[in-house]
Design a protein around this ligand. Structure first.
Ligand SMILES: Nc1ncnc2c1ncn2[C@@H]1O[C@H](COP(=O)(O)OP(=O)(O)OP(=O)(O)O)[C@@H](O)[C@H]1O
Ligand SMILES: [Mg+2]
Length: 371
């Protein structure tokens, strides 16, 4: 029994065994991949705070597209990504061709084919648009589309703007191509406000918000069952409460509680309590600390002004506690919402969006030093 493998995936970028929630976005993307190419989901952006599951979703779509007639390339928005897209696509399409046909056509692998052709013609290496167009022509002969996923988008990278602009032209030419992007709220909003790629404003935007408790509960139970164990009802209730809709926390709690249950068949309440305690520490060091480190003094001052409130905070109280103008306060409100740190609950009311952040800040008054 001890050789059982822990089924939880508390690592960034790792696709969970059972995706909790996210039903609508998954069905929209599958519908598009399965033939509804005119769907607005063809160009989509997934927006969410750290640990909300952006990379996991992109990876999931990339792994599910082949059986639906698409090859995928997955890149992060970093220098060199254009070249990376071409190379990955060349390798993926090489694997598409049946072996007999491959020798029949060329006798060389497709990866080589591209570079050989380029070398022969090559007074000049073809530009990115030419390269990708050739690839798409080749793929369309094989009735295959190209799904490009770009993670951690940021508008400051020229290559991002170039890829998006060429992509727009490819769509106009009726090529079978789709683009799924993911990023933190602030980066995405800067990207779609970039004038040179304003068409991205019409992309489908999916916000990765808190997952419903009943979806967490189902995914948690199924994940445990995958390993041949089960989880008690009380234990599961405790887990759902501690997870509070946050995907990364689901993996941390599950992982720790599963470990704690050792060789037992069932994860009980005590295993869960210890698991939750450890998971909260993990969460603190990997998510809360990282998030707070990226904030400015003004952001922190805003959050500090929210701490006296038990639940939500009124903007009017924040203004009076910060002793600043409403214009100043609303600038920081917008920044923090874009970063996924707080959320607008209703008009003039905000709340912390990251679970545990309020308690974390309350325990760290030194962060506010000098204010
Ligand atoms: N829908 C989901 N259900 C269950 N677990 C999930 C879900 N989405 C993501 N996870 C898990 O949550 C963790 C974080 O996911 P992921 O790395 O995709 O987040 P992210 O939004 O890309 O974070 P970052 O902004 O830091 O890159 C991973 O351990 C992953 O397995
Ligand atoms: Mg990620």
């Amino acid at each position: 029994m001890s050789d059982r493998i822990n089924p939880f995936t508390p690592n960034f970028g790792q696709t969970p065994r059972h995706i909790a929630g996210r039903d609508l976005m998954i069905s929209d993307i599958f519908d598009m991949l399965e033939g509804n190419i005119g769907s607005p989901a063809r160009t989509s952006i997934f927006i969410g705070a750290r640990g909300s599951g952006k990379t996991a979703l992109l990876t999931y779509f990339a792994s599910e597209c082949l059986s639906r007639g698409w090859i995928s390339v997955s890149v992060s928005c970093v220098p060199g990504m254009q070249e990376d897209i071409l190379q990955q696509a060349a390798i993926a399409s090489e694997n598409l061709i049946p072996k007999e046909k491959k020798t029949h056509i060329t006798g060389v692998s497709l990866g080589n084919l591209f570079s050989v052709e380029w070398a022969e013609e090559s007074v000049q290496k073809p530009n990115w648009r030419t390269g990708i167009t050739r690839l798409l022509e080749y793929l369309s002969e094989n009735e295959t589309g190209l799904l490009i996923t770009i993670d951690e988008v940021r508008p400051s990278l020229d290559e991002m703007i170039q890829v998006a602009s060429v992509y727009q032209l490819l769509i106009r030419e009726n090529r079978k191509v789709a683009l799924l992007m993911a990023g933190l709220p602030s980066e995405v909003s800067m990207l779609i406000n970039d004038r040179s790629v304003s068409f991205l404003r019409r992309a489908s935007q999916y916000y990765l918000e808190r997952i419903e408790d009943h979806d967490i509960e189902t995914a948690f139970r199924l994940t445990v069952a995958d390993s041949g164990k089960s989880v008690g009802t009380d234990a599961l209730d405790k887990a759902v409460r501690a997870i509070n809709g946050f995907p990364y926390m689901m993996q941390l709690v599950g992982y720790r509680a599963w470990q704690d249950s050792g060789d037992k068949e069932q994860i009980d309440s005590e295993n869960m309590e210890r698991g939750i305690e450890l998971a909260e520490k993990d969460f603190e060091s990997r998510v809360l600390k990282a998030t707070v480190n990226e904030l400015s003094r003004g952001d922190i001052a805003f959050l500090r002004a929210m701490l006296p409130d038990e639940g939500k905070s009124d903007i009017t109280s924040i203004i009076s506690r910060m002793k600043k103008s409403s214009g100043y306060v609303s600038r920081y409100r917008a920044r923090l919402i874009e970063r996924g740190v707080i959320e607008a609950v209703s008009r003039g009311v905000v709340a912390f969006a990251l679970p545990g952040l309020k308690e974390y800040l309350r325990g760290r008054k030194h962060l506010f030093g000098g204010e």
